[in-house]
Ligand binder design. Structure first.
Ligand code: ADP
Ligand code: MG
Length: 259
């Protein structure tokens, strides 16, 4: 059984991409077959996986989605890049920006183009992770429609009630079409060393607008190692295998495997 997880938050800089990369590699290291999909026109995940110039790629998720829109033949494996660290990557780049605009004129099923693509690959993978762009536009809606569940990274320092409310409202709307969509949980990221502060944030979430949503026990500390990693195009397991970020993502991986 394949599980499709969309890593979403309409706020940027909360470690969606870093989490998709490290959770993906973590799951692959546990022996799972993993595909990660970059649906952000900025192509950050694609860069993170070591591809220097995403915009020069011939074929990306944007091309696959365009073929589905145009009802052309599609081989879902075309364009998938096997990465050294054991995950497969369906890259994304600036072409996604044009693709998102052209989705607007699709009259029927524009929310489920990515789902059509992902469903063709369910037999080949145990986990498919979708890295979202920081918005609640049609590409993010497509990611949520394709997903079984959401993982919501949130920067502990900037608990944004409004941002989270908008995200949760979108989830409610998506459930009209994708009734089984669940929320795996909120992942606190970039947490600085103050444990009391983290506890406060957890309590606020529990009491407030995120009650009934699980908050992962694992949280990701703030560390320069994480920002170095994306620039180098390798996962944290390779960049700093014995550091606290690798340990935190390993612990998240175990929580995801257990859920
Ligand atoms: P998003 O995809 O949500 O926009 P990114 O994963 O690209 O977020 O992370 C935003 C920035 O923060 C990047 O420069 C990244 O390297 C950095 N970053 C990610 N996780 C951490 C962390 N745990 N500690 C410090 N910096 C981090
Ligand atoms: Mg990103």
């Amino acid at each position: 059984m394949c599980k499709v997880i969309s890593v979403s938050n309409n706020k940027g800089g909360v470690a969606k991409t870093t989490t998709t990369c490290n959770l993906g590699v973590g799951l692959a290291r546990s022996g799972k077959r993993v595909l990660i999909i970059d649906t952000d026109p900025q192509g950050n995940l694609t860069c993170c996986m070591g591809i220097r110039e995403p915009d020069e790629l011939d074929y990306t998720i944007a091309d696959a989605m365009a073929r589905i829109i145009n009802e052309e033949f599609i081989d879902p494996h075309e364009g998938i890049i096997p990465c050294e660290e054991g995950v497969d990557l369906m890259p994304g780049n600036i072409e996604l920006s044009g693709l998102e605009s052209s989705l607007i004129s699709v009259t029927i099923g524009r929310e489920s183009i990515l789902k059509d693509f992902v469903d063709m690959l369910r037999d080949d993978y145990d986990y498919i992770l979708i890295d979202c762009m920081p918005s609640l536009g049609l590409l993010t809606v497509n990611a949520m429609m394709a997903a079984d569940s959401l993982l919501i990274p949130m920067e502990a320092e900037y608990l944004s009630a409004k941002g989270l409310n908008n995200l949760l409202k979108t989830v409610t709307r998506i459930r009209r079409l994708n009734a089984d969509l669940t929320i795996d949980g909120i992942l606190l990221t970039k947490v600085s060393g103050r444990t009391n502060y983290e506890r406060e944030i957890r309590e606020k979430l529990d009491e407030g607008y995120a009650k009934n949503i699980r908050i992962f026990t694992s949280s990701i500390p703030r560390s320069v190692r994480a920002s170095e990693q994306s620039a180098l195009g390798i996962s944290i397991y390779r960049h700093d295998p014995r550091g606290k970020i690798a340990a935190a993502y390993q612990s998240l991986t175990e929580e995801v495997l257990a859920s």
